[in-house]
Design a protein around this ligand. Structure first.
Ligand code: ADP
Length: 167
């Protein structure tokens, strides 16, 4: 009955007034990104679209993060970004991903201690599949990618909630 009942000295047990839904919402609002993250898959900005497509297949991910030589996050590549680039007649080996990626400062990011529900809201609002998890280096002037959180991670959370596997 945890959550439904509380106890007070001289009063004894009493009903908290919280519904099952209320308690589930409270639980969800405390889950942070680091509890459900995946490892990031990154490519260099100088790599070709062809190589990025190969990486996407080999690593079995839907979003790639693009970094420069200093490991700074500079871009994002989705499946459709790569598909769109493949529709033209150009040789994919000769197009660098930096030409077709979504670039900074237009990338939506999150931090490891952000709430998962905030990430879910951003995914819906921006209509995207995932976010890079970043750490700020050099006082916020650049970000390094330390993880990835996607709709799949949030689906895993939903399953854990249904199985009552969330602490
Ligand atoms: P797809 O394009 O395969 O459906 P998305 O919905 O994730 O995949 O991506 C839609 C567009 O948004 C793409 O152009 C992609 O580069 C861009 N995008 C993806 N993730 C982000 C992000 N975290 N921040 C900004 N733009 C993003």
């Amino acid at each position: 009955m945890s959550g439904y009942l509380d106890a007070r000295p001289r009063v004894g047990y009493f009903y908290t007034g919280k519904s099952g839904n209320h308690m589930l919402a409270e639980k969800i609002k405390h889950i942070t990104v680091n509890e459900y993250q995946s490892r990031p898959v990154v490519v260099q900005e100088s790599e070709s679209v062809y190589d990025a497509i190969c990486t996407m297949f080999l690593e079995d991910v839907g979003t790639l993060f693009v970094v420069d030589k200093q490991k700074t996050l500079v871009g994002v590549l989705s499946r459709k970004d790569l598909l769109r680039a493949s529709l033209g007649k150009q040789a994919l080996e000769s197009i660098p991903v930096s030409i077709i990626m979504t670039r900074m400062p237009n990338i939506t990011v999150c931090k490891q201690d952000d709430l998962i529900i905030e990430v879910a809201n951003k995914l819906i609002e921006k209509q995207i599949d995932g976010l890079p998890i970043v750490v700020e280096v050099e006082y916020g002037s650049r970000f390094e990618v330390v993880g990835r959180i996607t709709k799949s991670n949030i689906t895993a959370l939903l399953v854990d909630l249904a199985n009552d596997d969330v602490i």
